[in-house]
Design a binder for this molecule. Structure first.
Ligand code: ZN
Length: 193
């Protein structure tokens, strides 16, 4: 498992809900936490590791020792939004890129945990922002889609660099071509969603 970077097509995949939790899925989740900590992130969505599942992991402290801060969101939905706040965001699929994003300040979200319990999160500030960022991923939406045109202009060069790097990786066969990526996602999807 590895983190895919912009503009990998799986980042634009709209994930369908998972039908069940099993040992393999728990293994994916453990690997996702590991990768997230390794890259000093606070959240990671399944499509960022090239999996077409409606799932993300979160630990807003970013501290691997803080196990009680680890949350697994399976089939999450945001049900209420209130207020709004702007803050800088980054994303592990856009290494070293940061830009201000406006989001709801408080939200109510519902998701299944790894043990199959339905949990409600009534949260604000960073926790609310992280859930919104990760839920966006599952819809194939990226934080740069929500950046203002002015700030987007500042990111333009970095985005072009990432695009060039991705194309070169595909040309060299380091990353499969788009058709092969889509075929793999469809196969994984058939098994679990
Ligand atoms: Zn992200």
């Amino acid at each position: 498992m590895r983190i895919v970077k912009y503009p990998h097509p799986t980042l634009r995949h709209i994930s369908r809900p998972l039908r069940r939790v099993d040992a393999e899925l728990r293994k994916f989740v453990a690997e996702m936490f590991e990768l997230m900590y390794e890259h000093r992130g606070i959240g990671l969505a399944a499509n960022q590791v090239d999996l077409p599942y409606r799932l993300f992991v979160l630990n807003i402290t970013g501290d691997p020792a803080a196990k009680d801060e680890e949350h697994v969101f399976i089939n999450p939905t945001i049900q209420k939004w209130a207020g709004n706040a702007e803050a800088d965001e980054g994303c592990l699929s856009f290494p070293e890129l940061y830009a201000p994003v406006r989001r709801a300040e408080k939200i109510v979200a519902v998701a299944y945990s790894l043990t199959g319990e339905e949990k409600q999160y009534e949260v604000d500030e960073l926790f609310a922002r992280a859930i919104q960022h990760e839920t966006d991923h599952l819809e194939g939406r990226l934080f740069v889609d929500r950046v203002s045109p002015t700030h987007l202009l500042n990111l333009k060069e970095d985005l072009s660099d990432l695009e060039a790097e991705f194309l070169s990786d595909q040309e060299r066969g380091v990353i499969p071509n788009d058709a092969a990526i889509a075929a793999r996602l469809a196969e994984l999807e058939r098994a679990r969603t």
